[in-house]
Design a protein around this ligand. Sequence first.
Ligand SMILES: [Zn+2]
Ligand SMILES: [Zn+2]
Length: 332
Amino acid sequence: MSGAAAIGDGIFQIPVPITDNPLGHTMVYAMESPNGLILVDAGWGDDNGWQGLNAGLAEIGHSVTEVEGVVLTHFHPDHTGLCGRVREASGAWIAMHHDDHDMFEQMTARRTDEWMANQLDNIERAGAPSADLEALRADTAGEPPVGPESAPDRTLSDDERIALSGRTLRVVYTPGHTPGHVCFYLDDANVMFTGDHVLQKTTPHVGNFVYPLEERDHLADFLDSLRRVQAMDITRGLGAHGITIDDVGGRAGELIEHHEERLEHLLDEFTDQRLTVWEAAARMKWYKPWGDISPIGKSMALSEGAAHVRHLLAREQIAQIPGTEPALFARS
Ligand SMILES: [Zn+2]
Ligand SMILES: [Zn+2]
């Protein structure tokens, strides 16, 4: 048994396993469309995921050959990985918001030595100690998790409608977790597919490239997107990981609160001291003590720390001290 089931409102839920990942599964959703099935996300792209998707579709009385199109919430590999195989089996189109196209291309580009050296150089310039850089260098080799065969061939825009059988699915642009993240809203049932934007048990990652800090303030985007969803008064949220969200507005409010607390805590850390982005990240609260976090975990935490630093800069609560290398920040 794959665990796939009809969950009401004409929606099928198919848990697709993510190998060796604590998230466990990507929830893929299927709905009937004029020419077959529309899938929301596709799942992790290995044999294990492929078997899970096929078994799930069989359990609900369908087959991957019936897929008309895949609408993607965002570019991450646990959502896009199987797109290539689905398209090969069915001829389906694959659609993603245009702001995530570049991100997808960067992810699938071969990780050359030059690319890696540049990444490490940026992390060093954000203030990383040499021991952490060495650990990261040893830990980050390897092939990208998704290949160009999964590349989307259609672009989604905010408020666009996708035809289902007798109803439509509406694109709701919700950047933050990624620059082009979207949710999908079923008007007739007041149900939202929230992707990784709102999850019941998990706090979605929000990152910013660390050096130089990006112009785009991803945390501001995320908070705005949470407010957008909060204002919609949605009955049921179907996230890409974990359980159904009974109170989407309430959960969005909790996530806003969570980041406001983190911002406040981080601002306190700047009292009487000047910090690099690395030091700021190391002083934030994580799921375990900073020293126990793996090199990859630290690089994720660093990008999340950078997003918070970037947002405090936007709020003019801290400022960069001119002429410092690595860049130091202080309360303004
Ligand atoms: Zn994601
Ligand atoms: Zn995900």
